[in-house]
Write a protein that binds this ligand. Structure first.
Ligand SMILES: [Zn+2]
Length: 405
């Protein structure tokens, strides 16, 4: 819960960090939005700032409305008319559908779907007004702070893994499937979906008539929120580039937008892009992040979300590898499953290519040669075809240089 505090002669609003992968990123994101409005934000175990005035609340809502268009929609060419339309990213747990006559339409639910006027009222209440603490207080099950504003059910829009696994959420002892939060946690949870500082990739797997969406989001886990802010600022300003399938765009100049189909390829390409950007700076390993929370949202008939932590061993070794080649751009992305004899279907070749690229990227990221080498096993009459020079370079810089082997 946001708290008003006296600092000197001034009231400030303070939001403490949660020590949780989702909400800490959300607190950082709110701080970033406020800085963009010109608000002075103090980063110290959370964020503090002077209560927002009417104009700042208005501009914050405008920015949220703008980001809803950028982050939650993508352009799609209509099959019938050929016109480019904006579609909701319906695999996210943020849209609901309704029927008007025969026409089924999708709309945004929760805080993000509210009218701008109501958004303004909520933000004014949270970040600007002084709350009167006389009424009966209730305890929020996410931040454990008391609130006079009442509690709201926590949906996956507020905390994406809320129905599956609450273990990673600090402060929540109970494991019941439905729990409630205060208005601030609700607000922060929803706006985190608009965060441009989170690398993501999305792809659709089509088999026959059924299709499944897979969306991977990578949340940096950096305990010091000021450091997290610096890291994400670099991502937002210099690295990430919002596109339909991903915000980490392959380095090579290819006409058709290519998408990454697993979290390790996403990480590898992200590091390559960071390396390109920070080449001239000395402290490479201070500028990259080796702890991430991976969120996978899988949506076929039903929607599931999974959370996994990724701890990257010896991240500094990438600096040496990158001096000789870019493992994803020069190697993994040019490696494909190819049939030993005729008869392998296109679907099998595509699936094996995807699996092989996953195994190679995972092996390189996790410094695990056994996983890497699995990509080279012959499966279903297909073998891996890779650029040979790049493979030699990779093995040399990764495994042989400096006496690793
Ligand atoms: Zn709360």
């Amino acid at each position: 819960m946001a708290r008003r505090e006296m600092q000197g002669d001034d009231w400030v609003i303070r939001i403490e960090q949660y020590h949780d992968w989702w909400f800490d990123n959300a607190v950082e994101f709110l701080g970033h939005l406020l800085e963009r409005l010109g608000v002075d934000v103090v980063w110290d175990g959370g964020i503090s700032f002077e209560p927002l005035d009417e104009d700042e609340v208005e501009r914050l809502v405008e920015e949220i409305e703008r980001l809803i268009e950028v982050k939650l929609k993508y352009p799609k060419e209509s099959d019938e008319t050929g016109v480019i339309e904006k579609k909701w990213r319906v695999y996210l747990p943020l849209t609901a559908s309704n029927k008007r006559g025969d026409y089924k339409y999708k709309y945004l639910s929760g805080f993000l779907g509210k009218e701008p006027k109501l958004k303004k009222d909520i933000i004014t209440l949270l970040l600007s007004d002084q709350l009167n603490g006389q009424k009966k207080k209730k305890i929020c099950e996410i931040c454990s702070k008391s609130t006079v504003l009442g509690l709201i059910d926590v949906t996956q829009g507020v905390y994406p893994v809320s129905n599956n696994n609450l273990e990673s959420l600090n402060g929540v002892r109970s494991m019941k499937t439905s729990f409630k939060s205060c208005l601030l946690c609700n607000f922060l949870g929803y706006i985190e979906w608009l965060d441009r500082g989170i690398p993501f990739t999305w792809y659709m797997d089509k088999r026959g008539n059924s299709k499944t969406d897979y969306a991977y989001y990578l949340f940096p886990k950096i305990e010091n929120i000021q450091d997290m802010h610096q890291f994400k600022k670099r991502l937002r300003d210099d690295i990430l580039n919002e596109k339909k399938y991903s915000n980490v765009v392959p380095i090579s100049n290819i006409k058709k937008e290519r998408y990454l189909t697993d979290e390790y390829s996403l990480l590898l390409l992200l590091f390559e892009k960071m390396n390109e950007n920070i080449k001239n700076l000395e402290k490479w390993d201070d500028l990259v992040c080796d702890e991430w929370a991976k969120l996978l949202i899988k949506k076929g008939e039903l929607r599931y979300s999974y959370l996994e932590e990724i701890h990257i061993p010896q991240i500094e070794r990438f600096k040496k590898i990158f001096e000789e080649l870019l493992p994803y751009s020069d190697f993994v992305s040019h490696s494909f499953a190819s049939p030993l004899k005729e008869g392998a279907s296109k679907e099998i070749i595509q699936r094996l290519t995807k699996e092989d690229q996953y195994l190679m990227s995972k092996g390189i990221i996790m410094d695990d040669f056994k996983t890497f080498s699995k990509a080279f096993q012959i499966r279903q009459n297909c073998r891996l075809s890779t650029p040979k020079d790049a493979l030699d370079y990779l093995i040399y810089t990764w495994r042989c240089k400096d006496g690793t082997i």
